[in-house]
Design a protein around this ligand. Structure first.
Ligand SMILES: NC(=O)c1ccc[n+]([C@@H]2O[C@H](COP(=O)([O-])OP(=O)(O)OC[C@H]3O[C@@H](n4cnc5c(N)ncnc54)[C@H](O)[C@@H]3O)[C@@H](O)[C@H]2O)c1
Ligand SMILES: O=C(O)CC[C@@H](O)C(=O)O
Length: 525
């Protein structure tokens, strides 16, 4: 039995699910304190926390620890590097509490705009201060959202009813995604300049610490409002203190350097302050508890590692390239056939990626087998392939080709005796987005491997694409995007369709028969 320690106020559903699974014993206690409980339970296998600090000392005290799950979004309270050095995977439960925070942001905005907190106190005291509490309306205002992830998107969505204009800053968001979300992407300074309300929804890390500083406060509109339900460290509080009165800024705050009783660093500048209540709704607590238990069970029983936030990325390697290696391999695997026995894998890592080639074999292997743990090292990846009878080679690259930082994965399999089948896919990262640039002889594709894809190759001739589209429509599928080039010889074409739902095996079979396809497959990302 694996011991799970829950030293926090978390909905009992986590304990119930784990115990019902039969492989776990659970110790849940939100009164004793993590350090005491860690000393009492050194055989803990998994630790579920909320805002409790998981320090190097706590990790060291739990010698059997393998997993820490942050039942929430922000994991700046966990020493993830130390955890990695001890082979401990750290996960969070992204999105589980997003709606609770979005509603808190709107509650703060309205409460401040209509003086709800002082108005209540004054009326209770027998006063009648109608003039003093003249308010303003949120309707029709410009809202700037910094960080358009799970929470930022919901803030935008929930505020729609107020007919607001939403500006957003998020380096990872594409223009297309922004259009879909009905927000306008603008540079950070412009967002601060134009917004009546700025709401922060970014993680605290080495890139965001102190990001919101005097340069931005100084361009804010007079009387504008800043809402911080993210983390205290993203704001330079002294810079805000220096300019707040002069510009009449409002500051609504939920987060502090320390989640505890006592003096707060922002008491003098916050117009409303709450004790980190963003995630404190029954619904969010239930969601985060359930997700924590499910993620641990999936991790242990199916090797699902998608929520790990402390994968060991080498210094200097952008994590997006690990995802790229994974994604290209997954696509290549789908094209050669999920059940086809592989003989060989060849990879090429171009440009800056050459020096990370060995390490990038890990996400390649992860894409081929759910059983392989992403936190394992490259030696484990290669021996895993050896055990499966698959050769692995990394080719020397010809940098004269000018691919920049790109990855090619070739998968090879023997089919019909001695015939070798090879599928080769190349991709890169452009403006933060994964891009597939080549599949076999189909070059210059540049499509984003996202959502549900259906791919067909066929002898080039007019009218095939409309046949595919017609058959997809008959199957009730909506096509969101299409690429349909032919290869260098002009003899073969590829149709890559992004559909709203995965195309079923039956639909793929029917379409393939209709167009006399040379190959077809589906893959979802
Ligand atoms: N007050 C609370 O109780 C509470 C509850 C949940 C989360 N949070 C905080 O809110 C943060 C966001 O939560 P989420 O669930 O939306 O996370 P998320 O990961 O879904 O979204 C974070 C977004 O921030 C963007 N981002 C990262 N760095 C950025 C930068 N420098 N500039 C602009 N955008 C940047 C990311 O691209 C991502 O889209 C968490 O990290 C956590 O610290 C607070
Ligand atoms: O668990 C909480 O109460 C706060 C959680 C929140 O800050 C988060 O990052 O998810």
């Amino acid at each position: 039995m694996k011991k799970v320690l829950i030293p926090t106020k978390l909905n009992p559903v986590a304990k119930e699910l784990l115990e019902a699974n039969g492989n776990y014993t659970v110790v849940q206690d939100d009164s004793a304190g993590l350090d005491v409980l860690a000393a009492q339970n050194p055989d803990t296998y998994a630790l579920f926390v909320r805002s409790e600090k998981v320090t190097a000392e706590i990790i060291d005290a739990l010698s059997s620890l393998k997993v820490v799950i942050r039942a929430g979004a922000g994991y700046n309270t966990i020493d993830i590097k130390h955890a990695r050095s001890k082979g401990v995977d750290v996960m969070n439960t992204p999105g589980a509490n997003a709606n609770a925070v979005a509603e808190e942001v709107i509650a703060l905005m309205l409460a401040d705009a209509r003086h709800i907190v002082p108005g209540d106190a004054s009326t209770r005291a027998g006063k009648w201060e109608k003039k003093k509490f003249m308010g303003k309306e949120v309707t029709g205002k410009t809202i700037g959202i910094v960080g358009l992830g799970a929470i930022g998107r919901l803030v935008a969505k929930r505020l729609r009813g107020f007919d607001v204009t939403v500006l957003a800053f998020d380096p990872v968001l594409s223009e297309e995604a922004a259009d879909r979300l009905n927000v306008k992407l603008v540079p950070l300074a412009e967002l601060f300049e134009q917004s009546d309300y700025v709401s922060l929804h970014i993680p605290e890390n080495e890139h965001t610490r102190g990001l919101i500083n005097k340069d931005l406060f100084s361009v804010m509109k007079d009387g504008a409002t800043l809402v911080n339900c993210a983390r205290s460290g993203v704001i330079n509080e002294d810079d805000l203190r220096a300019i707040k009165a002069e510009k009449g800024l409002r500051f609504l705050n939920d987060v502090y350097p320390k989640d505890a009783e006592g003096d707060k660093t922002v008491t003098d500048i916050a117009d409303i302050m709450l004790p980190h209540l963003g995630a404190s709704t029954a619904e969010a607590n239930y969601n985060a508890a359930r997700r924590s238990a499910e993620q641990l069970i999936d991790f242990d029983s199916k090797g699902v590692t998608s929520y790990i936030v402390n994968r060991d990325i080498p210094e200097g390697l952008d994590e997006a390239y690990a995802d790229l290696a994974f994604t290209i391999t997954k696509l290549t695997r789908a094209m050669i056939g999920e059940e086809t026995k592989l003989n060989k894998i060849e990879t090429s890592f171009y440009g800056e990626l050459r020096k990370f080639g060995n390490w990038l074999s890990v996400p390649v292997v992860c894409a081929l087998s759910e059983e392989f743990d992403r936190s394992m090292d490259e030696k484990a990846a290669i021996s895993y392939l050896e055990e499966m009878g698959i050769d692995y080679a990394t080719r020397e690259t010809d940098e004269a080709k000018g691919y920049g930082s790109a990855i090619t994965v070739d998968l090879m399999a023997s089919v019909d005796g001695d015939n070798l089948r090879r599928i080769s896919v190349r991709g890169t990262v452009a403006e933060g987005h994964l891009m597939i640039s080549r599949i076999g002889h189909f070059d210059g594709l540049y499509f984003e491997p996202k959502g549900h894809l259906a791919l067909f190759t066929y002898s080039d001739r007019p009218g095939v694409l409309s046949q595919i589209a017609g058959a997809m429509a008959e199957a009730g599928l909506n096509i969101d995007d299409v690429r349909n080039p032919h290869d260098k010889t002009g003899e073969r074409s590829i149709a890559i369709l992004k559909t709203n739902e995965p195309a079923s095996a039956e639909t793929m079979k029917q379409v393939a028969a209709k167009i006399d396809a040379l190959s077809c497959c589906t893959v979802s990302f």
